[in-house]
Design a protein around this ligand. Structure first.
Ligand code: BEZ
Length: 233
């Protein structure tokens, strides 16, 4: 366990496991990786990343509390939290700000926007988690450049990731669409084409058989074919 701590205070940090032999400081995560486990303080109490196995998880970093774009993202996510729950997907936010800053920000959001953010926001004051997850460059001294999102499946594997600049807020409908697409791909075994939305057909995997290529009804039909329907929401 890689830890940052104060005397007499519960130790939080990154776990080095067989799954994450390169912990605690991998240089960056990619699709298909299992992120290193961590334990940290959050707005709903101490949490451990590995506790979120068996369900989908969207883990996302934001540059700072009390900033305009981040506030709009959290208001919108809180307003649509039930839509993530309906997809059996948990939300977990992370930033460099302290737990008490998170609390004050959530109180302000509740009072000003009439919505309670109930999903956890992790504190990462030393950037140790953000660095380990590749959300912050190893040499960065602050997190003001990052708006990273990981879509993590029930096996703990990163299935998709996005990175937006601090100047641009994420699209919550797009986060839901990505989650729907990943879940439909798993359920149907197909591929999601451009602009796919729930209810649209998925695509079949392309043939790897030359006889099927020559036997297809036209020049595209061996590699570009629709399959069953995606998950309807
Ligand atoms: C924002 O969320 O508005 C923001 C965060 C960091 C830098 C600039 C803007």
């Amino acid at each position: 366990m890689y830890m940052y701590c104060f005397p007499g205070v519960k130790r939080y940090g990154l776990a080095m496991t067989d799954e994450n032999p390169q912990s605690p400081l991998p240089t960056g995560l990619r699709i298909g990786d299992i992120p290193p486990d961590f334990e940290a303080r959050s707005t709903i109490g101490p949490i451990q990343l590995s506790q979120y196995r068996e369900r989908w998880l969207i883990l996302f970093s934001h540059p700072a509390d009390f900033t305009p774009v981040c506030t709009t993202e959290f208001v919108e996510l809180a307003r649509r939290a039930e839509e993530f729950e309906a997809r059996e997907c948990a939300l977990m936010a992370l930033s460099v700000d302290s737990l008490f800053s998170h609390f004050a920000w959530l109180r302000m959001i509740r009072d000003r926007f009439d919505v309670e953010v109930r999903f956890p926001i992790v504190e990462d004051p030393t950037l140790v988690i953000g660095r380990a997850l590749g959300m912050v460059a190893p040499t960065d001294n602050d997190s003001a450049t990052v708006r990273t999102t990981f879509f993590i499946d029930p096996a703990g594997v990163i299935r998709a990731m996005t990175c937006y600049p601090a100047s641009m807020g994420r699209s919550i409908p797009e986060m839901l669409r990505m989650l729907d697409a990943l879940q439909a791909i798993d359920a149907q075994g197909g591929l999601a084409p451009a602009n796919w939305h729930p209810g649209d057909p998925l695509l079949k995997l392309p043939s790897q058989d030359l006889d099927e290529v020559f036997g297809a009804k036209d020049a595209a039909d061996w590699f570009l074919r629709e399959t069953g329907k995606g998950k309807t929401k």
